[in-house]
Design a protein around this ligand. Sequence first.
Ligand code: GLA
Length: 427
Amino acid sequence: MSVRSLLTLGLAALPAVLGSPLEARAAAAKTTTVTASASTVTVTASASTVTVTASGSACGSITSAPSSSHTTSTSVNTNPTTTETATQTIGFNKAAKSLSPKRYFGTAADIPGTGENQDPYYMAELNNTKDFGQLTPANIMKWYATEPEQGVFNYTGGNDFLALAEANGQIVRCHNLVWYNQLPYWLTNPTTNWTAATLTAVMENHITNLIEYWGDRCYAWDVVNEALNDDGSWRETIFYEVIGPSYFDIAYKTAQAAVKAKGLKVKLYYNDYNIEYPGNKSTAAQNLVKGLQSQKIKIDGVGLQSHFIIGETPSQATQESNMAAFTGLGVDVAVTELDVRSPNLPPTAAQETQQKADYQSTVGACANTQRCVGVTVWDFDDTYSWIPSTFPGQGYGDLFFQPGGPDTPLVKKVAADGVIAGWESGT
Ligand code: GLA
């Protein structure tokens, strides 16, 4: 199956297509190393293949997860054959802040619960506010983690994540309230079938509870994540199937009521992928915004996930005109999950150079769009990237890598200079 046809199935659904969501396979080419960073990860190798098996993964691969199982990350760390490293030292977030209006640069982090927070080199960089002024919890605020039993909320992980960011003065994009993936078992396998009324009540309770509990400690919430198929039609999620398309408006209406009840400033976003360039899906996302606006329901921004492939990233001009289509509706945009993966491993020197250009075009598009508030990468270190387990044989998508594996020094790739060049190109 080609990457493109896999993409039409949805990033988060891919592991189910590829086999067990908890298993990643990588060809054991001469230059490929496989490293495991958590005690529950087992690695078995044969002459031609390497199999990594873990009790969880850092991406959206688990549809019904008991909270205790989603605790580790796998890492397949493939060093390039030639590495040009970054020369710019100003810092991603410092460069973003120097624009007018100022922007942020941030990263997702799968904390707590993975090897990331036990890796001192990873943590030192995460805490480096010259580079990162914003954090997104990769998993810990998702439904399976925050409401593991119906009506029983678990805020511990989210609180820890917020405390970490707050200690650094980093803002947090809270992620996410309503998504078809990584739902708790009780929701996907109810003892009594849901009706539109019962599932609506469950959704309203979840949204209200989390928005009110975390309040303005969240800079923004992704209220609904990935509601659309690539052709622009509704994705047939449990919410869509049981409640109908009105679940979308109900979710935002509920979020708006919570914001109002507590007098909050938190921004409400819609977040999706393949809406970074004009096409049916981007148009459909714009129509979702218009639909809310026509009912006077609050929507503050649209998150453009931006999971790209080296050499296949939409051009800067394309990304800018697409952003303009959203901001023209009166909402902010944010790049929320940027990574630019290599379709083959190891990447060639030419691909490393292209990766720099690709990071530059997305950051440059944001810099040139007044209402693009910032750019978030979906983690910054290949060691903890979700990509190799979801797209076997692909990777090298992040801004740093660890040639020696976990718990060893980070190397800043030449792609990092693309980020700085992107901010500096801002008008
Ligand atoms: C989607 C989700 C994220 C994350 C990534 C993969 O893009 O929005 O929360 O799960 O997939 O890691």
